[in-house]
Design a protein around this ligand. Structure first.
Ligand code: NOJ
Length: 540
């Protein structure tokens, strides 16, 4: 399809590299492991892989604390391996997106070591230093996302430095032009290397209010959902951030056919939409995480999706994230019985999907014994319940020891989830009724049908309360998606369409190849994709 734009119409697949495939038996996934499993990804039918950080790092936040942005941590391989990975992906028409972490570095990054070496150092202002509050203690009340004050006392120079994440992740000062140009240079480095895009980490936090006022304390703000006890009014989403984002886009646009994805974890639509840019000149894909915080309930989901579409700027491409390395597995969050329906929703809504590794198998949260907890968020702030190890357990490749993720005599960095003997690639590959086959068929249908990857979406009206239904329409191609959120089977008589529907895919095994649109029985938790011919009128 000649007008198939890879980032607009395709599907992104997120790889958490520590957990995907270990090629050298040290218990930690690596770049060679991704190369070794590249054909699996091609066969699955995704268009791009986004690989979470693998740069040099003391690994306090598992790679989101970078000590050298232009070097690969030896745990993951070396630059030559990455070059081969990019070539190998491109040979298979798979795009490669890397993480870019502009809000903070590691406290072991040479920039920070120099900055903290003396108050007079030329790089001092590359980070955010403040004297104590006149009454003593930290300069203001800002809270770290990972718990406690966002200020760390530096005894040697008698000042605090700011860290919105771990104290080992000092925030950089984007208002300093030298820092800004060094950080932008990192974007150039990776784009020149030939990566197809960058996913920009924690971008809403890159600029802070220049006066550093206290954040308001009240408990009815949406950031409580990720464990903050204050509204991050002056630490995220500052108005002048958008000037910086236009610079990011300006850099990316100097290279052909690249994309920027923004980690825009915002809870109100107007603010989120601003990240597309007034002239669509910021992120092509400002991540929409809203469905991750929505209960598995027809009215709640439909309302969120409708609101999202209604707020989209003209010409902007919507996107949906349902699972990632920071959130519980979809099969655990929405219920095992619903995991295929979650896939149906993600891959049939109008918008760019990001699929998290292993969700195509229905992988569930792993169980991490207390003495094996690794995630600093869980260790620092257990009461927030935000521990992220359970959703980062090793990819389940087969039923051998450690699920085929690493060699038998190695210890995987996190324990493999207990269900790996029944839930793995090898078993599901052999079973045409498996979740893996369901995803493969869905990805194939999505890629080959304009109705799914670009068609308008119209919700069906007058459906029973547990049924979510929508049409996807492109020229004469009219498709219907029906998802039963309920625990009971449901007989449907669709008021807006006539005739029969061709069964393209069901989450359950169905023998019939067509159904009467006036008499469809959906099984409990079933999701169904039908082709109905051009029988749906858009102006209903
Ligand atoms: C967001 C990333 O997704 C998360 O994993 C990380 O811990 C923080 N940013 C800090 O970089």
């Amino acid at each position: 399809m000649s007008d198939y734009v890879w980032w607009k119409h395709g599907v992104f697949y997120q790889i958490y590299p520590r957990s995907f495939m270990d090629s050298n038996g040290d218990g930690i996934g690596d770049l060679q492991g991704i190369i070794d499993r590249m054909d699996y990804l091609v066969d699955l039918g995704v268009d791009a892989i986004w690989i979470s950080p693998f740069y040099e790092s003391p690994m306090k936040d598992f790679g989101y604390d970078i000590s050298n942005h232009k070097a690969i941590h030896p745990l993951f391989g070396d630059m030559e391996t990455l070059d081969r990975l990019i070539i190998s992906a491109h040979e298979r028409r798979l795009r490669v997106v890397l993480d870019y972490v502009p809000n903070h570095t590691s406290d072991q990054h040479p920039w920070f070591l120099e900055a903290r070496s003396s108050r007079e150092h030329s790089k001092r202002e590359w980070f955010l230093w403040k004297d104590p509050h006149p009454q003593g203690g930290p300069p203001n009340n800002w809270e770290s996302f990972f718990g406690g004050s966002a200020w760390e006392w530096d005894k040697a120079n008698q000042q605090y430095y700011l860290h919105l994440f771990l104290k080992e992740q000092p925030d950089v000062n984007w208002r300093n032009p030298d820092l800004a140009s060094a950080m932008l240079d990192i974007m150039h480095f990776w784009l020149k290397k030939g990566v197809d895009g960058l996913r920009v980490d924690a971008v809403i936090a890159c600029l802070k209010h220049p006066d550093f006022p206290d954040n308001p304390i009240h408990d009815n703000h949406p950031f409580t959902q990720i464990g903050l006890s204050q509204e991050p009014k002056y630490t995220v989403d500052q108005p002048d951030l958008h000037d910086l984002l236009r610079e990011f886009r300006h850099v990316s646009d100097q290279y052909e056919d690249r994309v920027l994805l923004g980690e825009t974890g915002l809870f109100d639509w107007e603010s989120l939409m601003r990240y597309y840019g007034q002239a669509l000149d910021e992120f092509q894909i400002p991540f929409n995480f809203q469905l991750m915080f929505t209960p598995w309930n027809v009215q709640a989901m439909q309302q969120k999706i409708t609101e999202y579409y209604a707020h989209l700027p003209q010409g902007a491409m919507p996107n949906f994230v349902l699972g990632n390395h920071d959130a519980p597995r979809v099969a655990t969050r929405f219920g095992h019985q619903n995991h295929r329906s979650v896939g149906m929703l993600l891959l049939t809504l109008y918008g760019i999907p990001t699929l998290y590794y292993g969700d195509e198998l229905g992988m569930e949260n792993g169980i991490i014994p207390p003495d094996q907890i690794q995630d600093p968020w869980a260790l620092n702030k257990p009461e927030a319940g935000m521990g992220r190890d359970p959703m980062r357990t090793p990819m389940q490749w087969d039923a051998s020891s450690h699920a085929g993720f690493t060699s038998a005599n190695a210890t995987p960095w996190l324990p493999v989830a207990v269900n790996y003997k029944e839930c793995n690639v090898d078993i599901q590959r052999k079973d045409p009724q498996s979740t893996l086959h369901f995803y493969k068929k869905l990805l194939h249908l999505r890629r080959t049908s304009p109705a799914l990857h670009r068609g308008n979406l119209n919700f069906l009206k007058g459906l029973p309360e547990n049924i979510l239904g929508y049409a996807r329409l492109w020229e004469a191609q009219h498709w219907l998606v029906l998802i039963n959120f309920g625990e009971d089977s449901c007989l449907l008589n669709l008021p807006e369409v006539e005739g029969d529907g061709k069964v393209l895919l069901s989450s359950h095994s169905r023998d019939e190849t067509s159904v009467s649109l006036k008499n469809i029985e959906l099984e409990p938790h079933e999701s169904l994709l039908l082709e109905i011919g051009a029988s749906f009128t858009e102006d209903h």
